[in-house]
Design a protein around this ligand. Structure first.
Ligand SMILES: *[C@@H]1O[C@H](CO)[C@@H](O)[C@H](O)[C@H]1NC(C)=O
Ligand SMILES: *[C@@H]1O[C@H](CO)[C@@H](O)[C@H](O)[C@H]1NC(C)=O
Ligand SMILES: *[C@@H]1O[C@H](CO)[C@@H](O)[C@H](O)[C@H]1NC(C)=O
Ligand SMILES: *[C@@H]1O[C@H](CO)[C@@H](O)[C@H](O)[C@H]1NC(C)=O
Ligand SMILES: *[C@@H]1O[C@H](CO)[C@@H](O)[C@H](O)[C@H]1NC(C)=O
Ligand SMILES: *[C@@H]1O[C@H](CO)[C@@H](O)[C@H](O)[C@H]1NC(C)=O
Ligand SMILES: *[C@@H]1O[C@H](CO)[C@@H](O)[C@H](O)[C@H]1NC(C)=O
Length: 437
């Protein structure tokens, strides 16, 4: 009897219903405007509108929040019932599509404490977690995973490359209560590990023993000259000698001409510089390795993963060319469930979307070919052709082919060096540095 109850309890535990902290599919017309709050911190934030865009797998299901103005900061957020991920897995998942062919801009989300003032949301607002792709040219295509730990933002130490195309992609971050994490793109693992190893939340476990120094007589020479070998007595190292066959000319007057010196000739017995044999050093001790000790400043923290009062998700980013669509937001405690939802949303629409893209590409190509045939190709095309021709001529002269490429701006360079999210730090590098470091 009692074991029946235990069995029932065990079954219940195994099939625990996933907790859904937040879900947003944008499938109820304009209602999303009641759930999402635009920040009023700046008067000129860019506008999000609801759209499936020009490239989609399903005209209804693929509707999401799309950035609609070029060269703007965007700042919008949605509230949900505050929760803590204590003792629970935390999954943050959403889809993002850069159908405009993004050049430089953010595609990430931020999770905030519930008491953040949504109308004041801006790049300085302190978040708990920032996750998702950030693109600037082809030199900066990364997935950010930034955690706020004890008041400071910590960037992941690994480089995770994001997708840089016009299709919709599913981004998933999993944080587990055993302090491990996983990043998935399109439901496939792209990075995983422990929070402690892949961020610098804690000081290192081991340090070099400051009291240990390399002994003065430590022998690191792998090979030495054979000390037992001596230069043979008759070894002649003199390269030039006075010519023994020459003698003072008869008419030499040393009072007038100075001391006579015989001419020098090559020494026929010259053997070169003597060198002893090189042998393995019998006293070789190997490279000295600095002994390590436990770092007295290291304190493990079993709760790195833990946040209290998570209550807001926000899109707070900068875009040069707009058109990015955010959709299928899910925050849950169950990674299998999130994977399933990913399959049932992105998983369903990705193939039709791909087909649409192939069709659009084929149509575009056919149209261009037709226009060229009819001599109706737009002027810029002719110009481009000319430039290409010039490039060829120049190339024949071993000069450079003119190429359009992304030239990083000075601020970007600074940001790249400091490993900071670019799109979001465009405005003021200094304040942004504070924000992300
Ligand atoms: C996740 O949810 C599934 C049902 O979708 C359930 O079977 C599974 O036990 C849950 N896992 C956890 C860890 O709660
Ligand atoms: C913008 O946010 C900052 C805090 O980050 C606040 O001090 C300021 O008053 C806000 N401005 C407006 C207009 O909301
Ligand atoms: C990540 O990329 C940067 C810049 O390309 C490079 O300097 C750094 O070594 C890389 N880090 C890792 C862990 O690969
Ligand atoms: C952490 O938890 C996950 C999921 O429960 C498990 O698969 C993994 O083996 C655990 N890892 C460690 C290092 O404990
Ligand atoms: C990362 O994933 C690999 C492959 O699935 C697994 O073997 C490894 O245990 C994972 N690491 C952690 C820390 O979870
Ligand atoms: C270094 O040596 C001193 C003197 O013996 C000792 O007091 C100190 O604890 C040692 N430091 C470490 C890190 O072992
Ligand atoms: C999601 O789809 C993939 C590919 O079809 C499948 O292997 C995986 O089991 C699915 N995951 C879930 C949780 O349904």
């Amino acid at each position: 009897m009692w074991w029946c109850l235990l069995m029932a309890a065990a079954l219940m535990a195994v099939s625990a219903d996933p907790l859904i902290y937040f879900r947003e599919q944008f499938e109820d017309g304009d209602e999303w405007q009641k759930r999402w709050t635009e920040s009023k911190n700046k008067s000129d934030f860019g506008k999000f509108h609801l759209s499936a865009g020009k490239l989609f797998g399903d005209p209804e299901k693929d509707k999401g929040l799309q950035t609609s103005q070029d060269g703007k900061f965007y700042s919008i957020s949605a509230k949900f019932e505050p929760f803590s991920n204590e003792g629970q897995t935390l999954v943050i998942q959403y889809t993002v599509q850069h159908e405009q062919g993004i050049d430089c801009g953010g595609g990430y989300v931020k999770l905030f404490p519930a008491d953040m003032n949504q109308e004041e949301l801006n790049g300085e607002s302190q978040y708990y977690i920032m996750f998702g792709p950030d693109i600037c040219g082809t030199i900066h295509e990364k997935v950010h995973v930034i955690f706020n730990y004890k008041g400071e933002n910590h960037l992941i130490k690994k480089n995770i490359t994001c997708k840089h195309d016009e299709l919709t992609h599913l981004y998933t971050l999993i944080i587990r209560p055993n302090n491990t994490y996983e990043v998935k793109i399109d439901n496939e693992n792209v990075e995983n590990g422990t929070l402690e190893d892949n961020w610098d939340f804690l000081p290192p476990r081991k340090i070099k023993d400051p009291n240990a120094t390399k002994p003065l007589d430590w022998d690191e020479r792998e090979q030495i000259e054979d000390p037992n070998e001596l230069r043979p007595e008759d070894w002649d190292e003199t390269e030039y000698i006075p010519d023994p066959e020459s003698h003072t000319p008869n008419d030499w007057d040393s009072s007038m001409d100075g001391e006579w010196e015989p001419p020098m000739i090559q020494n026929p017995k010259y053997k070169g510089i003597w060198k002893p044999k090189i042998i393995d050093n019998p006293n070789f001790q190997g490279e000295w390795i600095h002994p390590e000790i436990d770092n007295p400043d290291y304190m493990p923290d079993p709760n790195i993963y833990r946040y209290y009062n998570i209550g807001i998700i926000g899109l707070d980013l900068w875009q040069v060319k707009s058109g990015t669509i955010f959709d299928n937001f899910l925050i849950t405690n169950n990674e299998t469930f999130a994977e399933r939802i990913g399959n049932e949303t992105w998983g369903i629409t990705k193939d039709p979307e791909m087909k649409m893209k192939e069709k659009q590409d084929a149509e575009k190509e056919a149209k261009e070919a037709q226009e060229e045939k009819e001599g109706k190709a737009p002027k810029w095309k002719g110009l481009l052709k000319n430039i290409e021709k010039m490039g060829k001529i120049k190339n024949d002269n071993k000069a450079e082919i003119p190429k359009i490429k992304h030239e990083p701006q000075p601020t970007e360079k600074i940001i790249e060096n400091d490993e900071q999210p670019e799109a979001e730090t465009k405005e003021e590098t200094n304040t942004a540095a504070k924000d992300e470091l």
